[in-house]
Write a protein that binds this ligand. Sequence first.
Ligand code: ATP
Length: 251
Amino acid sequence: MSLLVETRDLHKRFGGIHAVRGVNLRVQRGEVLGFLGPNGAGKTTTMRMITGFLEPTDGSAWVDGVNVALDPLRAKSRMGYLPEGAPCYPDMRVEEFLSFIARARGYRGTELKARVERAIMSVNLTLVRRQTFETLSKGYRRRTGIAQSLLHDPPVLILDEPTDGLDPNQKFEVRSLIRQLGKDRAIILSTHLLEEVEAVCTRAVIINRGTVVFDGTPAEMDAKAPASIKVNRLDHVFRELTTGDVPGGKP
Ligand code: ATP
């Protein structure tokens, strides 16, 4: 295994808000890390610091051995980022958008064309490649967002709520894609869906009020629930770790 993402004592303050308080993460190739936490826990802020879109107040983020703050361009060449909501230009066609991003990544000519084709094939966008973004279903928008994050074939993917708002079939498809992509990459995905952790993640990290309160496998998370809890076991553990208020507990 090789270490592809590392954060060392990462902090972020926004004025009086201490949003991220000493987060240490280590993600190896082959791991799909589910990043969980209640609203406002610090997930997006942490991911933005890893991707170099936000400067840490303290601490450092490393991607494939590159310090993100010191060498942001080299770090960005080693990761793909799907921002929350998979934003895109509404009147651009899928292949136009991917060509635009490939150009911004520095590719030209046959290399650019080959990369766009590969991205279209790898996330199954062939049917909609000439459609404009605004006419796509949410599932295809998300796929287009994932395709742009793969254009430069990075070893690290950072995906902010990749299945948010998708119907069950679309969720299934995007999760299968993430599982497949995760085999030879390191992936961090944020989610509010505990079933997503069981479905795609090899590891779960729970953050609450800017601090990591759990780091382990989904099975280890499940094992923290008492045997008396038969259903919604991950819900139980999540709630206990983030609010201290336990569903299904004694009244
Ligand atoms: P959600 O699940 O709702 O997306 P999150 O875990 O991603 O939440 P963040 O978006 O990282 O949480 O926010 C963490 C804290 O930092 C919140 O209190 C938020 O209001 C604050 N925050 C985030 N960005 C800024 C900003 N640009 N300026 C001021 N405060 C911010």
